[in-house]
Design a protein around this ligand. Structure first.
Ligand code: S3P
Length: 426
């Protein structure tokens, strides 16, 4: 589907965005293996999180409700059942990688597969630790979906993450729930900690020291009532839009401000963004607050090291901002971008080329010069939700109407993206 975007004069208003994708996946998976019902308010409407609901219900958890208000009736740690058919993870790396931790501990085998994009994404990063714990996993060419997971009585392990990945960390921790004894994950680079927080909320015994997480196996997880904050990674598109378009003033309410995610705001403020956190509260162990963004002169700079890992999902839209900044933006240490839903270095560079924006691609990043003129163009999402939304934001600065081919990919994380964008654009 094509989306058409005209240049904007102003981005303004007050917004509330759908629930966080990362947190929604985790709540659904833990609810499925908890005892009793879990009520989840503001569950992400994105296709990825619906894939997780489909998967847990195929495994015997009962899922009820709709429009972001759902109830999952958990089956307990021992209660999942063999699915009647192969499990479809759709486009969702989080679903296949994290759920594999649970599947690895079952008494049955499961086949789990995904769409064309997911079928090209590496799974050896979870196969290795799960293999060490005792599961047997077969993959296409030894590392790609579909996966055939033969569960086992798992052993606890101490595992040091070779790549910064919250999905791999979460996979090992979920598997560790089923192992007798303490599972330890060391993470040399900090990644989002929603799994650790959610495990504690469901009653698991987990301790978190800097870069080291220890989980005691075989807890009794208890279903409960939970509220998902709005997704900061979805908010990122509106934040950058408001920074880029002159005379903008936007408030986004109830956004998740977990410190492992809010590096985005710290980074933007450090390069000149006028962003105010209006208030902060805690809900289910997660920080939540309202933020206000006004158009700003952005200096530009560099994203590298641990900052790259913390901003990994936001890099496409930050690259767009970089092209409008005073000094440009250099992105380093971002090799992981090459194995996301698309090769995001290649898809960003291709869309920049279409709008006449200079960029130098590097194996692990890119250099985007600043003060560039944004020409209207026919962009392509290449089936990647964050590319669709990043270039919709770029189009707001175009010199005429732009087209986003395959714009409907946005629905992987944010089905209402284009309609909300229209509401706040003048
Ligand atoms: C996610 C972790 C990140 C991120 C993805 C969601 C998560 O992936 O890119 O969108 O919910 O844990 P990696 O674990 O591959 O870094």
């Amino acid at each position: 589907m094509q989306e058409r975007i005209s240049p904007a004069r102003r981005i303004s208003g007050a917004l509330r965005l759908p629930g966080d994708k990362s947190i929604s996946h985790r709540y659904a998976m833990l609810a499925a293996i908890a005892e009793g019902p879990t009520r989840i308010h503001n569950y992400s409407p994105g296709a990825d999180c619906q894939s997780t609901l489909g998967a847990v219900s195929a495994l015997g958890a009962v899922v009820e409700g709709r429009d972001g208000e759902i109830v999952i009736r958990g089956q307990g740690l021992e209660g999942l059942a063999a699915p009647a058919a192969d499990v479809d993870a759709g486009n969702s790396g989080s679903t296949i990688r994290m759920l594999s931790g649970i599947l690895a501990a079952q008494e049955f085998s499961t086949q789990i597969y995904g769409d064309e994009s997911l079928s090209r994404r590496p799974m050896d990063r979870i196969m290795k630790p799960l293999g060490e714990m005792g599961a047997v996993i077969r993959a296409r060419d030894g590392r790609f979906p579909p996966l055939e997971i033969t569960g086992a009585k798992l052993r606890p392990i101490e595992y040091t993450l070779p790549v910064p990945s919250a999905q791999v960390k979460s996979c090992v921790l979920l598997a560790g729930l089923f192992a007798e004894g303490a599972t330890v994950v060391n993470e040399p680079v900090r990644s989002r900690d929603h799994t650790e927080i959610a495990l504690r909320e469901f009653g698991a015994d987990i301790t978190v020291a800097p870069r080291k997480i220890t989980l005691q196996g075989r807890p009794k997880l208890q279903g409960r009532s939970l509220a998902v904050p709005s997704d900061l990674s979805s908010a990122a598109f509106f934040i950058v839009a408001a920074l880029l378009v002159p005379e903008s003033d936007l408030v986004i309410q109830g956004v998740g401000l977990n410190p492992t995610r809010s590096t985005l705001l710290d980074f933007l403020i450090s390069i000149g963004a006028n962003i105010k956190i209006l208030d902060v509260a805690e809900a289910n162990g997660e920080l939540v607050g309202d933020i206000r963004i006004s158009s700003s002169a952005i200096r530009g700079g560099a994203i590298e090291g641990a900052t790259t890992a913390a901003l990994i999902d936001e890099i496409p839209v930050l690259a767009v901002l970089g092209a409008a900044s005073d000094n440009g933006l250099t992105i380093r240490d971002a090799g992981e971008l090459r194995v996301k839903e698309t090769d995001r270095i290649a898809t960003v560079v291709e869309n920049f080329r279409r709008m006449g924006i200079a960029v130098e691609a590097r194996p692990d990043g890119m250099v985007v010069p600043g003060r560039q003129r944004f020409r209207a163009a026919a962009f392509d999402s290449f089936g990647d939700h964050r590319i669709a939304m990043a270039f919709a934001v770029a189009a707001l600065r175009g010199d005429g109407e732009s087209v986003i081919e395959n714009g409907d990919s946005a629905s992987v994380s944010f089905p209402q993206f284009f309609s909300i964008l229209r509401q706040v654009t003048a």
